[in-house]
Ligand binder design. Sequence first.
Ligand code: NAD
Length: 366
Amino acid sequence: MTNQPIRAVLIGTGGIARSHVAAVRAAEGQVALTAAMDIDAGRAHAFTETQGIARTYTDVDAMLAEEKPQLVMIATPPGTHAELAVRSMEAGAWVLCEKPLCASLAEMDRIEEAERRTGNYTSSVFQWRFGSGGQHLKRLIDQGTLGKPLVCNSLVTWYRTPEYYAVPWRGKWATELGGCSMGHGIHAMDFVLWLLGEWQEVRAMIGTLDRDIEVEDVSMASVRFANGAMANLTNAVLCPREVSYMRFDFQKATVELTHLYSYRNGDWRYSAPVGAAYGDEVARWAAIPEDVPSSHAAQLAAFLAAMQRGERPPVSGPDVRGTIEFLASLYKSGMEGKPVKRGEITPGDPFYHQMCGPCDQAWQKP
Ligand SMILES: NC(=O)c1ccc[n+]([C@@H]2O[C@H](COP(=O)([O-])OP(=O)(O)OC[C@H]3O[C@@H](n4cnc5c(N)ncnc54)[C@H](O)[C@@H]3O)[C@@H](O)[C@H]2O)c1
């Protein structure tokens, strides 16, 4: 690779698109965002004008053909992601795609097949992995500093009004691909799975308690990991006082993270048991070397570093497939009322093809 800026384009100019532009700006000249595209022409033009982006498109193929981007950032509704990622890779670009990356394990297969065929890669946005606090905890876990991970509890207790679901793509299996698990708690669940390693089994309950939507507004999942750790993961969009809270109990310390959508170093707390002989070490473990927020900018920096080296970027292929399989398993367990083991969902299973499996809504009846 040369020192020329990487030519990038953006697909989708709605709410989250600004975070992608901010990430490009934070990359300080490494990326040149030459164009943006949206099927809503008014929105696309207003966006490129306010963000100072040179060219505007309403047709994705025209943009890919004319701009010949090396990087495509996808910020469209979930149901469009896999198709746009494959088309972008076929046009010669690497892809950074919003969560959820795809609808199913079958779509994950399609993305991985296109990666092999084109030699390009598609990464899923999971910015929580890239804050300095998360990177620091991952290093401590990998080094065994805190002892074995034992117990984890995660609360994604957020609040989404009925009006939030008035946007046509939200609240439906076909376009949002799932509810609070696939769209909101996915950040925390991916983060826990990344930190604690291979998961083995999930037992879940899901429900639609208080929003007029097809998909779930609450889910709760108990998970067992290959290293023996156990986790409880709660996701809901009905909770008036919102918080994202996680606690990880290791043999030697408890590590807590309290924030909402993005964390910084000050949001982490490390504690040892009262009177522990090694209590003085906790301050050292808690000292995070730098303060990088968990942002799109932090993930883009890691993505660009991989691109410069010509290596598979983080949160692509096998590094994200486990999260997609976990979600399929959570939904299967929640809808069928049975535990689901890793590897159990194979191409003959309806949950391989969509998160609602047979999509008969029978699970909603108490
Ligand atoms: N990483 C995060 O923290 C985070 C936060 C919010 C949203 N998201 C994700 O970002 C994605 C977009 O969410 P949003 O809130 O910005 O939605 P939005 O509805 O505000 O914007 C989506 C835009 O995509 C456009 N669009 C729809 N289909 C298109 C297509 N085929 N080609 C081009 N443009 C198309 C729409 O016209 C709209 O302007 C979703 O997948 C969502 O889950 C991620």
